[in-house]
Design a protein around this ligand. Sequence first.
Ligand SMILES: [Fe+2]
Length: 261
Amino acid sequence: MVEGYLQKGWVKFPLDPVLARWVRHALPVARAAVSDPKHSEWHDCEGTWFIGVDAMENDGEGRVNGSPPLAGQAVEFINRHLGAQVLHKGQISVIYPGYPQPRRGEGEAAFRYRARRDAAHVDGLRPSGPERRRRVEEPHAWILGIPLSEASPDAAPLVLWEGSHHRLGRAFADAFSAHPAEAHATLDITDAYQATRREVFESCPRIELHGCPGEAYLLHRHLLHGVAPWAANATADRDGRMIAYFRPEFPEGLARWLQSD
Ligand SMILES: [Fe+2]
């Protein structure tokens, strides 16, 4: 299974009763976070996306609302093959019917990209400044997605470009190797990132990844991924299409992030 993960850049884990039990503890907490006024800033895209960064009230081992630590097949896979990390508060990402609409302050081109290219991105490379230049701001180790609600496969599923982590990882490594180590922390990788992303759209298969509560998927940190629009006839339970994400950062930082494994 680890060979498939390294080759394709993702792996999905089947229904797991241990994880399903964790979801039952997490779901009421996630619901409360969505309606908590302290998180109101996270409602964006004209009410069609609750972004919910750090909105889950879990501890470093994933305990939430009286649950045991986050466990099950996905966590065992991570611990065995990728290395355990202390968990941050999880993101609670919820998509509602009508997505996408523009984010606050989002320009026409960026919105078009959201609608036509699933807002495809590599996590941790956030744009900054008026030129939207990108640096590696968060050297994530891996990305674990845990569906919390029932939704149809066309209800704004996660989208990924299979194998894109190879091309992007090489492009990042090349960009960094051309500069001395002192320059790495602030290195602007926008050009390499955007050029490689265009190649990925041409050459890597786009896959829509659906999941039910009790299932989980794991993405390589260099994998290009995004969110598909909510299809016209898509359905979900009253929570919308709700997913918890964990993407802890490497304590070793950027040098470790640049490696391919
Ligand atoms: Fe992401």
